[in-house]
Design a binder for this molecule. Structure first.
Ligand SMILES: [Ca+2]
Ligand SMILES: [Ca+2]
Length: 435
């Protein structure tokens, strides 16, 4: 037996049962000694038991104290709130660890910094707070014939050198000067001829006409309108009017096709921006794209394939939804598909850079740029500007009207292993006019 106290008690008990025939039982003295020993043992046990009870009580009260000190509500285990960049947007409001915030910039602005930031377990955000920087549209040198480019939000304007006109200084203007008086359009047809003013000077009759008329007739007594449109139709310095010349009595006027306004010089035509002037009928789901001589309503729809599904994260961008674990076909699908629309005049001189794509952030060690598809790819080639930027080159003049479609791809690599694919679908509306 493990406990000696138990052994003593057992032998006392056994001896009480067999008391009548007790031959081997201990003596009275021995029994008293044993009982005394057992009592001692019991009191030792009792004090040790009380000691552990006191220790337990103490621990309990310490625990109670620490519970009292706890705040009534659990502390907020979140990352600090993030700022929305000026000229941009922020997607994702949850500030708990593991959640992400995405940043987008308005049209005409590019994102610098982290496109995506994640709330880390340390309650701080990964990456850098992004800013939206205005895109310098002049970087692609859009003004032809040495025009001076001025960058504007989501666009540019050109100041053309003498002899050139049009939004991109692509149209020649006549360099000669004609003194003409524009007559009101209501001038009646017979007024194309009128009598000359004649006077007799030293026996000779001298006739003269108003500007825009020339002296004619057998006796030079008739003034006939000069048809400036015919006279200067194929002049060496170009045409009188950018589009159509209308002869008038004593002058001429230029007219423009529908979709254009005559410029202040009376000779050139400027495209009407139907998208900014609300002269369009695009619905809310559509994007209005201004073109030379018109406009287009386009609708951006995210691709949904068997391999991957996409969510629209801006008006012109779709991002791949998270892939199911282990789906190789999904993880190899493009990470994002962006849509871009450009407008060009017909027969634009080439080669010229018409579009640029670059990575705002880079995880891998290299980027690869390519024209990856589209039925109009033969008109274009891709070249590299720097480590992070690819340029789309229009290789030859394209005759309008037509719509070019092509697909560009930027792939990110790390030690030649594909990290991500970013596709841009480009649609270019080529006007039927060269202005
Ligand atoms: Ca005339
Ligand atoms: Ca237009």
């Amino acid at each position: 037996m493990k406990n000696p106290g138990h052994a003593v008690l057992l032998s006392v008990f056994l001896c009480q049962i067999y008391i009548t025939s007790a031959q081997d039982c201990p003596s009275k003295q021995e029994l008293q000694n044993s009982l005394h020993q057992a009592q001692k043992l019991l009191s030792a046990q009792e004090s040790s038991y009380l000691q552990s009870l006191r220790t337990l009580k103490k621990k309990l009260s310490l625990l109670q104290d620490s519970v009292v000190q706890l705040p009534a509500k659990p502390r907020n285990l979140t990352c600090p709130a993030l700022d929305t960049p000026a000229h941009g947007r922020k997607l994702g409001k949850v500030l708990f660890p593991g959640h992400e915030a995405h940043f987008l910039c308005d049209a005409g602005y590019e994102l610098l910094g982290s496109e995506t930031r994640q709330c880390r377990d340390s309650l701080s955000w990964s990456g850098q707070q992004p800013v939206c920087r205005e895109i310098d549209e002049c970087l692609s040198s859009p003004c032809a014939n040495a025009g001076t480019c001025t960058d504007e939000v989501n666009g540019f304007s050109c100041v053309c050198p003498k002899g050139w006109a049009g939004p991109a200084c692509q149209s020649p203007t006549p360099t000669f000067l004609v003194t003409v008086m524009n007559s009101p359009a209501v001038t009646a047809a017979p007024a194309f001829t009128r009598p000359a003013r004649c006077s007799a000077v030293q026996g000779t009759t001298v006739c003269s006409c108003e500007p825009g008329f020339s002296v004619s007739g057998r006796d030079s007594s008739v003034c006939t309108d000069i048809d400036e449109c015919k006279l200067f139709h194929n002049g060496p310095a170009g045409r009188l009017c950018l589009h159509t010349c209308v002869n008038t009595a004593g002058g001429y006027r230029c007219s423009c096709p529908a979709g254009y306004n005559l410029t202040r010089d009376g000779r050139n035509c400027k495209d009407i921006d139907e998208c900014s002037s609300r002269q369009n009928d695009c619905t809310r789901e559509q994007i209005c794209v201004n073109t030379y001589g018109g406009f287009q309503c386009v609708k951006v729809e995210c691709p949904n394939t068997r391999d991957a599904t996409y969510a629209k994260t801006s008006a012109v961008r779709c991002e791949r939804n998270p892939c199911p674990a282990g789906s190789r076909s999904c993880s190899q699908a493009p990470n994002s598909v962006s849509f871009h629309y450009l407008s060009l005049v017909s027969n634009l001189s080439a080669p010229r850079v018409v579009f640029r794509m670059s990575a705002s952030r880079m995880i891998g060690d290299s980027l690869r740029f390519a024209v990856s598809g589209g039925r109009s790819r033969r008109h274009f080639s891709m070249q590299r500007l720097d480590r992070q930027t690819g340029e789309l080159l229009l290789t030859g003049p394209v005759q309008g009207p037509q719509t070019l479609e092509l697909e560009l791809e930027m792939s990110e690599l790390e030690r030649r292993e594909l990290l991500g694919r970013y596709v841009t679908k480009l649609k270019i509306f080529v006007s039927q006019y060269e202005f």
